[in-house]
Design a protein around this ligand. Structure first.
Ligand SMILES: [Ca+2]
Length: 351
């Protein structure tokens, strides 16, 4: 086994990285995204690009994903993410947004599908990982790059494995997993690639974890709200509403959580997302049982692609390096800001 010499941050250095971002001024960010997987990435990307007062979006990275929409093929997931990202950016461009380049990410997960424990894995070369390495290295040590990850963390973990010096150059803000005290962390982004998740948790990169259940779960939108507050606002508003309604209809539900807005909301205004410093949890995995298991949707996934998504749960060692975890958020303030920016964006593009 190769021991990778990850740089070590002192406690003070780490706390300085995890300090709340200054409430004014532009932050350099890249976005690692799987926008064909669901509908929330599209909203989150639009929010980021309609917030130029806050974000200098330097690149989008297409992330792999495996679900029904990619035929349980993560390579196809990345390819569709890449295409969808370009579609969104083209619509934003017509409304006058300055749009960043998109890079193809990994065509597979770092976790071997034949190893449900997720202990085996490797860095995977991709255009996205190469760009992140090159870009992050140009950042001064006192102005790190925010890596906003709203997908499986394969691309980012691979970049860190290929270039461990990135630990001093980036802050990862990841929409992944459930809260540290939840009874499992069987969350889509995390569970798809347990090896990459472990790299992020264990390598010591400054990490802000934005969990799903009980936190970004509250970023829920209804069809009615989307049709009245999103659809009227330009080509991008019409597109987002169309995708939302289509997706909701597919699932026979009236509301959907826009999970991926969470990391951007914290960066736009930390007052909207309450956080706490805590030991970085350890990811435990065990093979998914084929019978008598209480997560039938995972069993169905396994049957569909013959892969073995692991059952994931946190354990806590209080001696571990610390991270920042989101505990709750102000849903109304976040969507009010999004609607205000979307409306202004559409108005500006007409003028
Ligand atoms: Ca996503």
């Amino acid at each position: 086994m190769t021991i990778i010499p990850f740089p070590t941050l002192s406690l003070n250095e780490r706390l300085a990285r995890l300090a709340l971002p200054p409430q004014t001024g532009q932050l350099p960010i890249v976005i690692d995204t799987d926008p064909y997987n669901e509908i929330d990435d599209q909203f989150a990307i639009t929010y980021a690009l309609s917030s130029p007062e806050r974000f200098e979006v330097k690149a989008l990275y297409a992330a792999p994903f495996a679900n029904e929409r990619s035929g349980f093929d993560e390579g196809r997931g990345m390819a569709t993410s890449f295409e969808t990202a370009q579609t969104i950016l083209a619509k934003l461009q017509t409304q006058g947004a300055s749009t960043p380049p998109v890079y193809r990410g990994s065509t597979r997960f770092a976790t071997s599908p034949t190893d449900p424990s997720g202990f085996q894995g490797e860095a995977i070369h991709s255009d996205a990982a190469a760009h992140l390495i090159q870009l992050a290295r140009t950042q001064p040590d006192d102005a790190p790059l925010y890596v906003v990850a709203i997908a499986a963390i394969t691309n980012i973990a691979s970049a860190i494995l290929l270039a461990p010096d990135l630990i001093r150059k980036i802050i990862v803000v990841w929409l992944g997993g459930h809260p540290h005290n939840y009874h499992d962390t069987n969350e889509f982004n995390l569970q798809q690639d347990p090896f990459a998740t472990r790299v992020i948790l264990d390598c010591g990169v400054p990490l802000v974890l934005i969990p799903c259940f009980n936190v970004t779960e509250h970023l829920s939108l209804t069809t009615n709200e989307v049709q009245t507050r999103v659809a009227p606002h330009g080509e991008i508003g019409a597109y987002l509403a169309h995708e939302f309604v289509k997706y909701a209809a597919e699932h026979h539900a009236d509301s959907r959580a826009i999970w991926d807005m969470g990391p951007f909301a914290w960066l736009v205004n930390p007052d909207w997302v309450e956080t706490a410093i805590m030991p970085t949890p350890i990811l435990g995995t065990s093979p998914l049982q084929t019978e008598g298991y209480s997560a039938p949707h995972l069993h169905k996934k396994r049957q569909a692609n013959k892969s073995r998504p692991a059952h994931c749960a946190w354990s806590i060692d209080p001696r571990r390096h610390v991270m920042l975890e989101a505990l709750r958020l102000n849903r109304d303030a976040i969507f009010a800001d999004f609607y205000r920016k979307l409306a202004g964006f559409a108005t500006n593009s007409r003028s």
